[in-house]
Design a protein around this ligand. Structure first.
Ligand SMILES: C[S@@+](CC[C@H](N)C(=O)[O-])C[C@H]1O[C@@H](n2cnc3c(N)ncnc32)[C@H](O)[C@@H]1O
Length: 322
């Protein structure tokens, strides 16, 4: 059983009718099904907007024959679904809940999940029916409402590059694992100096300052011709270089094949918004992340690229807390 605390003073909190309260009277309200441990809007508001708009786009359960998130979760974590039975698992940065869904639908783990943004409202609508094993909070990786040394497993997928201090974020994740517990992260990797020479990093200083609605409108208007352009470049063999300078997400590298034209366009709009809107985008070298794991007393069991779902690749580090 996980004890919930006030993340700002570490006092235990108790459940009240409309939220949680500590012994000093500080109260954390429940809204749209989720207890909120953050007080105001923050740098992750773009994600709240994005995941409430695209609540179902990446949820495997909603799409026939889609197992992209399930493949990524089990391959990157290396966890076996039966062995998670009864364990306390912490998910940090859950977005609309594509991985929450996988854990809740395919394992019997107790899932504690949080996100800094209002994406938690979308996750609750997607997965709130698993109320016996699902505990969802709006909170920051830097101020989590749990005691240290609590969880059997901790994972954080696709999030660390979007936090202001990658190293500190890794440390906070490790703090929440029990000694002997396992931590797994995946993230955007830097491969070399050329990693940041692309339309994404050239345009982001402008796009991240735009209103979310305006940015989304521009992407929606232009997605159609850019998808055609990207597939043309791919067909004539110059996709690897030319598509770096097309202001659209990496279709080849991230979008599952076999989608209808409509689904493809929706996913491309989501992923393109996800690449241009975040306040923070700080990719890291895999070796550096593995070094930080060791510095925080974790035995690294894997560090490198993981291939999943028939050829997609993501950088990941796994380890066991000593
Ligand atoms: C690219 S999304 C990934 C969401 C989900 N893991 C997925 O792969 O679909 C990054 C998420 O990290 C969350 N995030 C950013 N900073 C955070 C922080 N300090 N604490 C917790 N979550 C954070 C954002 O709100 C956003 O939902």
């Amino acid at each position: 059983m996980i004890t919930l605390i006030n993340p700002y003073n570490n006092h235990p909190v108790v459940e009240k009718k409309e939220g949680y309260e500590d012994d000093t009277g500080e109260f954390f309200p429940r809204s749209e099904g989720v207890v909120r441990f953050v007080k105001e809007s923050n740098y992750a508001d773009n994600f709240g907007f994005q995941w409430n708009k695209f609540q179902k786009t990446q949820i495997d359960r909603v799409h026939k024959n889609l197992s992209h998130s399930r493949d990524r979760f089990f391959t990157v974590s290396g966890w076996d679904k039966d062995s998670l039975k009864g364990l306390d698992v912490l998910e940090v940065g859950s977005g609309a809940g594509r991985f929450s869904q996988v854990i809740l639908d395919y394992t019997e783990a107790n899932l504690y999940s949080l996100d800094y943004s209002d994406a938690v409202a979308a996750n609750y609508r997607n997965n709130g029916h698993h109320s016996d094993r699902f505990h969802l909070f709006q909170a920051s990786i830097y101020e989590m409402p749990f005691k240290n040394d609590s969880f059997d497993k901790v994972f954080c997928f696709g999030v660390l590059q979007h936090t202001p201090d990658f190293k500190k974020s890794v440390q906070c994740l490790i703090e929440k694992a029990k000694p002997g517990g396992e931590i797994v992260v995946d993230f955007y990797a830097v491969k070399g100096w050329w990693s940041k020479i692309s339309a994404k990093y050239i345009l982001r200083p402008i796009t991240k300052r735009m209103s979310h609605k305006r940015l989304l409108r521009i992407i929606e208007r232009n997605a159609g011709w850019m998808i055609k352009c990207s597939s043309f470049f791919q067909k004539i063999g110059i996709g690897k270089v030319a598509n770096r300078f097309l202001p659209i997400c990496d279709i080849e590298g991230t979008i599952p094949p076999g989608l209808s034209k409509e689904n493809l366009k929706e996913l491309v709009i989501l992923d393109t918004f996800d690449m241009f809107s975040p306040e923070h985008d700080h990719p890291q070298r895999v070796e550096q992340v593995a070094e930080w794991f060791k510095e925080f007393n974790v035995e690294v069991t894997y560090a490198g690229l993981v291939s999943y779902a028939g050829g997609f690749k993501i950088a990941a580090v796994r380890g066991i807390k000593k």
